[in-house]
Design a protein around this ligand. Sequence first.
Ligand SMILES: Nc1ncnc2c1ncn2[C@@H]1O[C@H](COP(=O)(O)OP(=O)(O)O)[C@@H](O)[C@H]1O
Ligand SMILES: [Mg+2]
Length: 345
Amino acid sequence: MDFSKDKGYQFYFSWQDLFLIKKREKDRSRLFNLTRLFVKEEKSVLKNHRLFHQNIKAIYGDRGAQWLGDLPAIINLLADSWQLNQLEMSKNLSYHAVLTGIQKGQPIILKLGLNHQDLMREAVMLQAFQEYGGVKLLTQNKEQGALLMERAMPGYSLKLLFPNDEEEAIQITSQLMANMHRASVPSHVQIPTVNQWLATLDKDWSLPIHYLQKARKIKQYLSEKSLQSILLHGDLHHDNILAHKKGWVVIDPKGVIGEEVFDVAAFIRNPFPDLLLMSNVQNILYNRIHQFSKHLNMDPVRLYYWSYVYAILSTIWALEDGLDPENFIRFIEILDCSEYTNVFL
Ligand SMILES: Nc1ncnc2c1ncn2[C@@H]1O[C@H](COP(=O)(O)OP(=O)(O)O)[C@@H](O)[C@H]1O
Ligand SMILES: [Mg+2]
């Protein structure tokens, strides 16, 4: 006999049974909520990783897809050889796989990429900036394309100060820059110069021709007056400046040789594209150029010019990587605005 269909069946439950049923229902709904939360979290991680996967495939094609497939095995191999525990993939991945973990009780970061040459150059740059505000590099593996470094703790980025604490962010970055720019140029590796980076401006690119022409003229103007060439970070923006202990530390140096003003340009257009959403973006940019030139005793006209040229360079790099240049072009439009340039030029 199928009791479940019998309405009278309910009466056979004791109060204790009913309590257990209620509890189970409650647990089920708690479990449901937890699962929902977990799925939501997983979805955002997956979405984040999806962007990373898209970037890697856009840049490296089949080789990228192969590398993404091989990644778990590479990570296992390095975890064994460097005795790493509790490895977890970070959420904000763009072009590199970045994992948090522990080595001998200390928090570490494992960074992996497909371009081994770039990563080895980053290792050399981290060593060069070690005493000048760069995060500590622990070791590297050229064959696997991996860096092991100290993890900044608590590790949140300077982006946290945007947009409410601009003055403080500019002050922190100015101090870091002044410190980093005392580092010596490593002698045992070839480091590109900003001028070499700028050579790409002479090629044809699918972006409005007047922007490209203006960048070429500015390049000419900037090269007429040669300032001292030093070792630069090359990509010093909010996400590459992390809170560490009671101060700030710099990560992810590209390493390029040029005049110090160039290093301000990456900050000027970041956080990207969030900056573009601000209704007072013009004021923010004006204030940044003004403040940096005051803190670091730089010519505001040169600072504006380098920011312009860097904005064009970033757009070209985005085009090269097969990424959508729309936001980049929007930023150039803002920088190009005549009212704005009149203030400085
Ligand atoms: N040493 C570190 N300590 C703490 N977090 C780090 C460290 N290195 C990287 N990260 C985190 O990983 C993110 C990406 O690392 P990054 O070296 O900037 O890679 P990418 O070259 O892809 O920009 C950083 O924005 C930061 O959140
Ligand atoms: Mg970075």
